[in-house]
Design a protein around this ligand. Structure first.
Ligand SMILES: [Zn+2]
Length: 275
């Protein structure tokens, strides 16, 4: 079974809980180097992925986005600025989305049909978000984390692909990141902090279990900064430091192993009829 691989294309400071209004100078950017290593790894192992690209990163690094697209990966939207969606008004959200989609379309000459919210900051109650996404050509969303953490997530949200519809007038497909069902507990494993923290054998076991027991592909996610030990270490507080930096040095090797032992594709390719 092919699983789905996704990357949120952003720099180390976008996921760093810093003041998002702070303008970071390009000298402090790190995104190009780890992303290039990811692209090489994907090419070498014959895997394809979806890249949820942050609009402001695409503006600074248009050639990087073009290269990702030329190598056959899907370009989707991660918004323009890395803002928490539940803190935006519908107008602010629509503007942010529109701006990001426009930049990505111009760079790739391709439609943008996928969206992922910064920090998984959408929950099922926010119907206004689905409507705005559909109005701007988005066919699937991958933002509702089916596990509650101190920052995001919902333990009641379905674990696998489902349709969200409203008033018989529109719908959007939700493709959540995968969590494991174990007894009556859910366990995240398929990306980010959890991928770096858990031993590889647990990740492998969880993917196989999801494929076999649930009969479903896994939706995996990572950020370029997660394989970048050279990124700045100025996160606020012990907890954030731990979340952002634990096992970063070992992550690239772990990813290489994952990409060798499993087959991955972009969301668009696996959900073929969506495009
Ligand atoms: Zn992000």
């Amino acid at each position: 079974m092919h699983n789905m691989l996704t990357f949120d294309l952003e720099d180390w400071y976008h996921g760093n809980f810093l003041d998002q209004d702070e303008e970071v100078s390009p000298e402090r950017d790190r995104v190009v180097e780890p992303t290039s290593r990811i692209l090489q790894l994907l090419e070498k192992t014959g895997n394809k992925a979806t890249f949820f690209v942050l609009g402001c990163v695409a503006e600074r690094y248009p050639d990087l986005v073009k290269k990702i697209h030329q190598q056959g990966h899907e370009i989707a939207s991660h918004g323009y600025k890395h803002r928490l969606v539940y803190k935006l008004t519908p107008e602010e959200f629509a503007d942010d989305l529109k701006k990001s989609v426009k930049i990505l379309k111009q760079l790739t000459n391709d439609n943008v049909v996928g969206y992922r919210a910064p920090y998984w900051s959408i929950c099922l109650k926010m119907e206004w978000v689905w409507k705005i996404l559909a109005q701007h050509g988005i066919e699937y969303d991958s933002s509702v984390y089916p596990f509650k953490t101190y920052l995001y997530g919902d333990n009641q949200a379905p674990r696998f692909k489902y349709e969200l519809s409203w008033n018989n007038t529109g719908n959007i497909t939700e493709i959540p990141p995968t969590v494991l069902n174990f007894g009556n507990k859910r366990l995240p494993f398929a990306g980010g902090f959890y991928f770096r923290l858990l031993p590889y054998r647990i990740i492998k076991w969880a993917i196989n279990r999801t494929n076999k027991i649930d009969g479903s592909p896994v939706v995996f996610y990572l950020h370029p900064y997660e394989i970048d030990p050279k990124k700045e270490k100025n996160s606020k507080g012990f907890k954030n430091n731990f979340i952002l930096h634990v096992n970063v040095k070992k992550a690239e090797k772990k990813l290489a192993k994952l990409l060798t032992e499993f087959q991955f594709n972009s969301i668009k390719d696996i959900q073929g009829k969506l495009s």
